[in-house]
Ligand binder design. Structure first.
Ligand SMILES: O=C(O)CCC(=O)C(=O)O
Length: 270
């Protein structure tokens, strides 16, 4: 598979200015189809996907993993087309911090409060610098109606804002967020399946409940710069570990193999 061209200087500049960059069609329809089939069949996903209730009773489910095995998730995390742009945007070698499948089911999928990822990664994961970013890959079409990601354009330039201490979903200091909202544009990151949004760890973001009949599944791959190794072991996300990169073609190759294994296991149980 021919390698994706590097990001252009204009794309890098856009990320630096806005705090995020959308890359359409980073993955193709067949790859997203395989990923979705695996995610749906994934027993581990069902047991790991814990629900987080939002203030209105909606439930945001996610399956978070710190490890990389012989799976389609790992093939995406390791793919040149994700890692290479990430290294361009973060200015050097990156390693895998974790990845998570975000599941917002029709009508019940929950909201996420305004936050910066670095609000948590600073506090709970002991990373000194905000040299961290995520790549959100839309598995289903993400739109305003099914609770797509919302970002405050340019808000990463504010630096880190205080966050509550009780874990995730405690959110960023709302006094700051309210002022930021008066000054910066709120953007609904609507994505077609396979398209991706790279976003900076200090970008303020949130999402609404899914009130639509459409599911909204997305895979978020998070990276830390190698030069930003946490200064303490956290028991949470990993410290620096060289990330082996795989050819982009591995997404389908590994994904199809995983799907075959799942189908074989199902047939044995039937
Ligand atoms: O999936 C979403 O809507 C939000 C996810 C998010 O905020 C996060 O993973 O930090």
């Amino acid at each position: 598979m021919p390698a994706n061209p590097p990001l252009t200087p204009a794309q890098v500049q856009q990320f630096e200015q806005d705090g995020y960059l959308i890359v359409p069609k980073l993955f193709n329809a067949e790859e997203m189809d395989v990923l979705l089939k695996i995610a749906k069949a994934d027993v581990a996903l069902a047991s790991e996907a814990n629900g987080r209730k939002d203030a209105q009773g909606g439930v945001s489910k996610l399956a978070l993993r710190n490890d990389l095995g012989d799976t389609v998730y790992a093939a995406i995390v390791r793919a040149h087309r994700v890692v290479d742009p990430m290294e361009q945007l973060l200015g050097g070698e990156v390693y895998h911090f974790h990845h998570k499948m975000m599941v917002k089911e029709p009508y019940v999928g929950g909201a996420w409060e305004w936050h910066q990822d670095y609000g948590y990664w600073y506090k709970f994961n002991f990373c000194l610098f905000p040299f961290m970013a995520s790549c959100m890959v839309a598995v289903d079409r993400a739109h305003k109606g099914n609770g797509c990601l919302q970002v405050l354009k340019g808000s990463h330039l504010m630096g880190r804002i205080e966050h509550g201490s009780a874990g995730e979903q405690t959110g960023a200091n709302m006094e700051r967020v309210t002022e930021a909202m008066k000054r910066m544009e709120l953007v609904y990151v609507e994505l077609e399946p396979g398209s991706a949004c790279f976003f900076h760890c200090n970008l303020l973001h949130r999402s609404d409940q899914n009130r639509s009949p459409d599911p909204r599944w997305s895979l978020i791959c998070c990276y830390n710069a190698a030069r930003n190794n946490p200064y303490r072991e956290t028991g949470g996300h990993p410290t620096y570990n060289h990330l082996e990169r795989w050819d982009d073609s591995k997404v389908l190759e590994v994904g199809k193999r995983q799907l075959e294994r799942i189908e074989k296991e199902r047939a044995q149980l039937a």
